[in-house]
Structure formats: C-alpha cells, structure tokens
Design a protein around this ligand. Structure first.
Ligand code: 4NP
Length: 156
C-alpha cells in the first residue's frame, strides 16, 4: 500500500512545524507514513530548526537536527494527503494557494483534531521565552497522539 503523507505547516518552519514533524514521526512507522514540514514564509530557508525547538524536542527524546527549513509550495498539495496548519493565519495562507476543492479539503487546523471546530491555535513561540516552547510541545504532542491513532485506524 502507498505511504500516507502528512505535512506540518507554520510560518517560519523553524519553531512549531519542525516539532510537529518530529513528534508525529515518533508515533508512526516509517514504512507506512511520511511526515514532513514547511513554512509559508521564506525567511529561514535552509536553516536548522530554532535551538529552542531542538532543545525541547531533545528533552523529550526526539531528534530534529536533521531537518532543514523549506517553504510550502503548490506542489505540496499533490504530494501530501493531509496538510496541518498551526494557526489560522497559516491555514489561510495555504488555502489561498489551493487550486481546487480537493486541495482545500486536505488542509486542517491541527488543534481541531483534538477539539473539533474549536479553531484553537498553536501560539507562535518565536518572540517569547523557553516556556512557550514547552507549551507548544505539549499541545503538539496531544494533537499528534490523536492524529497518529486516527491514521493508524484508517490504514488497517
Ligand atoms: P514558526 O515561528 O512559524 O513556528 O517557525 C516563527 C519563526 C520565525 C518567524 C516567525 C515565526 N520570523 O518572523 O522570523
């Protein structure tokens, strides 16, 4: 069976979506699932994740240091089955690039997987302190547990 492909998207692809990628990857078998991440902006292309994201991942036994920042492209709609946005602004920026209803239907706000229709957001921790990264990790870990359970059920 073809692998199910999931893309995590935030603004910079250095704080939130690299964590989301690493966390979801840690919950799924690589034989059946591909997880990647991207940013809607181009500021940090080619860079490693933010040191604070690397640190909070490491504290939770997840290594994200192989990741490099890339920008979301229209081609991602063809490659990925599920596209998870961290906040409403990211969601709108992705939807704006979609060229069909099928493409739009692939895009979800990640925390709606935990609390349907809440439209809650994973807050941007970039300008805050280290505790913001702990909060983001906890939120994403909850969301990724739900997503992994759902995906594993669907693939059976
Ligand atoms: P992210 O956080 O979207 O979670 O990667 C940000 C990283 C960088 C910037 C904004 C948000 N920035 O403005 O450079």
């Amino acid at each position: 069976m073809a692998k199910v492909k999931i893309l995590m998207v935030c603004l910079g692809n250095i704080c939130r979506s690299p964590l989301a990628e690493g966390i979801l990857q840690s919950k799924l078998s690589p034989e059946n699932f591909t997880v990647d991440s991207a940013g809607t902006a181009s500021y940090h292309i080619g860079k490693l994740p933010d040191p604070r994201s690397i640190a909070v991942a490491k504290k939770n036994n997840i290594d994200i240091t192989h990741q490099r920042c890339r920008q979301f492209t229209k081609n991602d709609f063809d490659v990925f089955d599920y596209i998870y946005a961290m906040d409403v602004s990211n969601y709108k920026n992705i939807i704006r690039l979609a060229e069909s209803e099928d493409q739009k239907a692939k895009v979800r706000l990640i925390l709606n997987e935990v609390d349907t229709l809440s439209n809650s957001e994973v807050p941007d921790p970039y300008y805050g302190g280290d505790d913001g990264f702990d909060t983001v990790f906890t939120m994403l870990d909850m969301a990724c547990t739900t997503i992994a359970d759902k995906l594993q059920q669907e693939s059976h």
